[in-house]
Design a protein around this ligand. Sequence first.
Ligand SMILES: Cc1ncc(COP(=O)(O)O)c(C=O)c1O
Length: 447
Amino acid sequence: MLLNDSFGSAPLARQAVQDLGASRIREVANAGMGNPDVLAFWFGEPDEVTPEFIREAASLALSRGDTFYTQNFGIPALREAIAAYSTGLHQPLGADRVAVTSSGVSALMLLAQLIVNPGDRVVAVTPLWPNLLEIPRILGGHVEQVSLQLRSADSGHPAVWELDLQRLLDALTPGTKALFINSPNNPTGWVITAAQQQILLAHCRKHGIWILSDDVYERLVYPDPDTVAEAAPASAHEAATAQQSEPVVNRDRRRAATTRALPCAPSFLDIADAQDRLVSANSFSKTWLMTGWRLGWVIAPAAVMPDLGKLLEYNTSCAPGFVQQAGIVALEQGEEVLGHTLLRYRAARDFLFDSLNAAPLREAGLVVPRPLGAMYLFFGVTGEHDTLGLCKRLVSKAGLGLAPGSAFGPQGEGYIRWCFANSIDRLAAGVERLNGFFAEGGFTDKN
Ligand SMILES: Cc1ncc(COP(=O)(O)O)c(C=O)c1O
């Protein structure tokens, strides 16, 4: 009381925290959450429960009494399992470079705490999941955004999101602390090519820039069988010319052959050396339908691991032991589930893509790119500059819950994100509501 009186003002959070943007996805969701009449596709979450064998592993661990603190870096068996999994997808990796985290978002926060100083300049490729833009700001970093571009549909090819690599290289000036990059990308489904990664890695090496790679969707890719090519470009020049056309499944030549039958997106982990300034964040949430478990991991250079250990101690100390046990089972036995998920999501993506491209909605001015990865369609609404308002009207008038593009940075304005990790029936019901909304003039009627 005395203290408050002597300061004479209300107790407030730090300025950087006050300045954070509130989530616009939440703003829309708050308008309809809990209402059984609303069909919600606003969050990035599958409509299926975690597979039974993973749930059983956790139950078993709990009934064994696995209720104690674990090592900061995670239990050795899980670190080993992650190292083996990553080695199977990318290059050989030792468990000493792996840290288990309590979710993917916690992995990102820890990594940002590890590298971002107040005042540091961070470059992020956008549109981007809002957490990745706000995390460096919490730490006092300045985020500069380089926007992906939408290439419109031409001669039978659907519209796609693309990176203007030169613009990104120009933004990564000497003195920049870090590049924050998420591929496959939430919300656009854009997937970086191996050739672009090579050029970026070389550039960042030259200028001592960290790469923070958010790899949580690396297994959710839908390579187009027609565009699979065998050879990756050999030189930077070849790579530069091939960068826009190279298919999603191309691999850098140095990449260890994957020991897994299912695909994986090109990764900086395929090409980086152990001592490069590269940190990767990953999660169990999307690949094995484990959003509510809050389990993720980090791969980092050995030199920073002792400092990362301190941050783990002061953030969460460790992930729950019984959850970590479930993680081991997911990594070691989860490929079949992933195979099922990929078939389901590909069919869902194709259904939604075709439905939004069909006559009535095309007439409403929807511009629908086809995502190559992740689990979202990020489509444009021609002439719309207030997608937050539009998404609120969709909730109140059509009972349809979608995420406004402006939640993903200013470049996302004019777009809407639809999570397609859902059954076709559910998606079809959503499309019907969108068609009804259009038929009743909802796109133009702002009331
Ligand atoms: C791009 C991206 N990174 C990280 C995460 C974090 O996932 P989680 O915290 O559930 O592990 C998400 C979740 O939506 C995401 O979309």
